[in-house]
Design a protein around this ligand. Structure first.
Ligand SMILES: [Zn+2]
Length: 492
């Protein structure tokens, strides 16, 4: 064929499909090869070999792409494994071929080892021998890499460009918003706002989930709320108007979070405080704590103060029980039976115990809040963060301008990114602290009544290590509050 047609070019095609945690790759391997074959026909090129790497992301350091290696090898040798000459290469997209500078360098070296080769990708036919192409390619890798590094998204991705414009990208109406995904649906938005306040005040996600179920809220897809759906909903930056993709805030060129075109439900400050609170509580297993919803206010907080025969104090955690029907009160606390490890000597009627402890704790928290209500100072590292962001920008610019080499660039980049990340975490923590101080200034006595059981328990646990209950005062005798001894936590 070559003898009959000297303009014919024998080319090889390279295709790769990656599943890098994002939406499934739109361009399957077969699609890529089909498109390339069709393009080859138009150019009077003949596809003599197809290289395919599957399920691999070229940007991951430890991934070896078998066919990519084969391609480099064959380009160097000048022929395909069957011995066809290689006059050129086709790729669906240049970022299919190389996502790292080292790949690019090796590829270019192997490609240009032979004269007169042709190259084609989505940008059309390109001259890889041309001066400046090496730099152009490197900038391409840089763009591709900075996009890919953590965020794993492509620059041409319309999902991202929509997000950068601050437009909603969700396929479904988000809970809290109307069908236009911009205006708030009042009833749902109110529920979210209340949930945020409740959680900041100590309510659990399980409680919110239960409340929403009781209020017969369903997700926008019509499903009942589960712990995880509620958690995801609350952790989403959409609540405060910020846009995020895969759990990361989308930022503009100045590193500021992109503000969406939709109405926000809470302020960014509040949302930061909320996520800090949820993370802090979720530390450890990350399992829902739904199993730990307590029925009585002081279960596990009251401890038995009975002195045993050997002179030691029982100190077992007392349990809450439903009181006998003939009693005036609904519940009681008792030290467990001896078979269950308690001494069974201490018993307290629930209503009076709860009331007394609540009164003490409110007084203590009030005194503390007054002391702590002083303003949290401004976050003092704003300039540091700005400087770090500017440094990274400057480094990227100098690298793209060719003033620093790859080695230098990639050696310095991680440190700068680490610093930025660290400062941002610090900033978020500071915002959470400021929000907490603000919350502490509210009128505790007045708001206590509106708090849920878990919120009250949380506040009590914040104030005391435990409350020791001494036996006595049972039956017709007056309830003796002196027999309840709180072990206060010193305010820090
Ligand atoms: Zn006991």
């Amino acid at each position: 064929m070559l003898a009959a047609d000297p303009t014919l070019r024998c080319v090889v095609c390279y295709a790769r499909i990656s599943f890098d945690g994002r939406v499934k790759d739109a361009h399957g391997v077969e699609d890529q090869h089909r498109d390339m074959t069709s393009d080859a026909g138009k150019l009077n090129w003949l596809v003599v070999y197809r290289y395919t790497d599957n399920d691999k992301s070229a940007s991951k350091e430890n991934v070896i792409r078998d066919d990519f290696e084969q391609l480099i090898n064959d380009l160097g040798a000048g022929t395909t494994p069957e011995g066809y000459p290689i006059h050129g290469v086709m790729a669906a997209n240049d970022d299919r071929l190389y996502r790292r500078p080292s790949d690019w360098e090796r590829y270019l070296k192997a490609f240009t080892k032979h004269e007169g080769r042709v190259y084609h990708d989505s940008n059309g036919v390109q001259d890889l021998y041309a001066e400046g192409f090496e730099i152009k390619g490197l900038v391409g890798v840089a763009m591709s890499l900075s996009e890919t590094r953590k965020k794993q998204r492509r620059s041409r991705n319309s999902h991202r460009s929509r997000a950068i414009r601050g437009q909603s990208v969700s396929a479904w109406r988000p809970f809290g918003w109307e069908d236009d995904k911009v205006a708030l649906r009042t009833k749902e938005a109110d529920a979210i706002r209340k949930a945020v306040d409740d959680i900041l005040a100590g309510a659990s996600i399980s409680e919110i989930t239960r409340q929403w179920k009781e209020a017969e809220f369903v997700t926008s897809r019509g499903n009942a709320f589960q712990y995880q759906t509620v958690k995801q909903l609350l952790m989403n930056a959409r609540l405060c108007g910020y846009r995020e993709i895969n759990g990361e805030l989308v930022r503009d060129g100045d590193d500021q979070p992109i503000v969406g075109e939709w109405e926000a439900i809470v302020t960014p400050k509040k949302w930061y405080a909320l996520t800090a609170k949820i993370r802090e509580r979720g530390r450890g297993t990350g399992m829902p704590r739904g199993g730990l919803v307590h029925k009585y206010l002081l279960t596990g907080i009251l401890r038995c103060g009975h002195v045993l025969d050997d002179g030691t104090v029982c100190n077992n955690k007392m349990i809450g029980i439903k009181a006998n029907d003939w009693l005036k009160y609904q519940h009681a606390y008792m030290c467990k039976k001896t078979v269950d490890g308690g001494c069974n000597k201490t018993y307290k009627r629930g209503d009076k115990t709860d009331k007394h402890i609540e009164r003490l704790v409110i007084a203590k928290l009030k005194a503390e809040a007054e002391a702590a209500a002083s303003e949290v100072p401004e976050w003092g590292k704003t300039e540091d963060l700005e400087r770090a962001v500017q440094s990274r920008k400057a480094l990227e610019k100098r690298w793209q301008d060719g003033e620093v080499d790859d080695e230098m660039f990639f050696r310095n980049l991680p440190a700068l990114e680490g610093k930025i990340k660290e400062l941002r975490a610090d900033q978020a923590q500071h915002m959470a602290k400021a929000a907490a101080a603000e919350a502490a200034r509210e009128d505790i006595a007045a708001s206590w009544k509106s708090k849920t059981l878990a919120q009250r328990r949380e506040l009590i646990k914040k104030a005391v290590h435990a409350i020791t209950a001494l036996p006595g005062g049972k039956g017709n005798k007056d309830f003796d509050v002196e027999l309840l001894k709180p072990v206060w936590k010193s305010s820090s």
